[in-house]
Design a protein around this ligand. Structure first.
Ligand SMILES: Nc1ncnc2c1ncn2[C@@H]1O[C@H](COP(=O)(O)OP(=O)(O)O)[C@@H](O)[C@H]1O
Ligand SMILES: [Mg+2]
Length: 361
């Protein structure tokens, strides 16, 4: 399969040098909101805080030209933001496309993610497709690749990080902030460690938003290369508040292969697209049952999520088979990504693709 367009554009942008710093614009983390749609339209913003206006314009022109050269690109629309000033997350957009009455003041919460280079929501149309399992194992695999990685379990209705990571610690605070737990090489915090699960089940919109805001603003995330956010299934209040926060670098959608689940993939992709959140890609989980001695068994049909990704022109990041050991490891709180196991290899391959979009500097 050809490499997804967005990755090829990213590689081309990685060859554009900012003469003021001598570094390339990808390594500097200057390229933001990079998106490529099904018709070959590419969009991104260039954030060059330490660069003069004139210099910014010339780097922008070079970046546009580089992206236009990439095969499959029809047009490039790019803007330069911030010149000569440091742009804080709170200074980013404030649009409210959902017409909600109580607009959460989540932009301010974003201050505490100031030193996080890349924030990725892990979403799924349905519950039980393995979203949390995938998020947790990918976080471990990214950490093993050398990225400072965080995992925020924001699934209000079914927080599973405490089980997956075997966490039972009491939440600690320092200087009025919640200290994330360091487990399996990952900086982790779960809504399940902050509130009683039964209580959270009854929450409505504004409370969900409040909880998400707290997970962002009250937790001392510190500097991270990448923060994965395990979101509740579907596209509800938690997603809307994350999207509104303008903190997301992109979203990953996890699905099982059957047609029923794929309708939800389309819905998820469309929500994120409508709100200008780039789709980093689709992962197919429980893709087949791995048998030691027999052929693979495609319990839910073959390759459905990959087909849906192709239809939607979203990158396909890879498939993870159904492994009884993975289920066992998850229940035991001993993540499989830390072992020599085919499931770990599958997560590593996907993590390497995600690594390609994490700013390097
Ligand atoms: N690839 C897989 N192989 C075997 N079991 C899996 C796999 N992915 C998830 N599971 C199991 O399926 C159940 C649901 O997974 P979970 O990650 O909690 O889903 P979600 O977060 O989407 O609700 C868990 O028991 C988990 O251990
Ligand atoms: Mg879950």
């Amino acid at each position: 399969m050809a490499e997804p367009l967005i990755f090829r554009v990213r590689a081309a942008l990685g060859r554009v040098i900012n003469p003021e710093t001598g570094g390339n614009i990808i390594a500097e983390g200057a390229v933001q909101g990079l998106a490529a749609d099904e018709t070959g339209i590419v969009r991104f913003a260039l954030d060059l805080p330490k660069t003069s206006r004139a210099q910014s314009e010339s780097v922008l022109a070079a970046a546009k030209a580089a992206a236009e050269q990439v095969e499959g690109v029809a047009s490039v629309s790019a803007v330069a933001t911030a010149h000569g000033v440091t742009q804080k997350p709170s200074a980013r957009g404030h649009s409210n496309p959902f017409g909600l009455k109580t607009k959460p003041r989540i932009e301010e919460a974003g201050e505490s993610l100031r030193d996080v280079k890349c924030v990725i929501a892990v979403a799924s149309g349905k519950g039980g497709v393995g979203k949390s399992t995938v998020a947790a194992n990918l976080a471990i695999a990214l950490a093993a690749l050398g990225f400072k990685t965080g995992l925020m379990d924001a699934d209000i209705y079914g927080p599973s990080l405490p089980t997956l990571f075997g966490l039972s610690e009491k939440v600690k605070t320092r200087d009025g902030k919640i200290v994330p737990v360091d487990a399996h090489g990952v900086r982790a915090m779960s809504i399940g460690l902050l509130v009683d699960e039964d209580q959270a089940l009854a929450w409505r919109g504004p409370m969900v938003m409040g909880a998400i805001r707290q997970l962002i603003s009250d937790v001392d995330w510190g500097p991270l290369d990448v923060l994965l956010i395990d979101t509740p299934p579907g596209t509800g209040d938690a997603h809307l508040s994350l999207i509104q926060s303008k903190l997301l670098s992109g979203a990953i959608i996890v699905s099982t292969p059957q047609e029923m689940a794929l309708a939800d993939v389309r819905r998820g992709v469309s929500l994120f697209r409508k709100t200008d959140t780039p789709i980093i890609g689709v992962i197919e989980n429980m893709a087949w049952l791995e048998n030691e001695n027999g052929p693979r068994q495609y319990l839910f049909g073959e390759g459905g999520a990959e087909r849906a990704a192709r239809e939607l022109d979203a990158p396909f990041l890879g498939a993870v088979a159904l492994f009884p050991d993975l289920r066992q490891a998850s229940d035991d709180g001993r993540p499989i990504s830390q072992r020599d196991h085919p499931a770990a290899s599958a997560f590593n391959m996907i993590a390497e693709k995600i690594a390609a979009i994490i700013p390097q500097a």
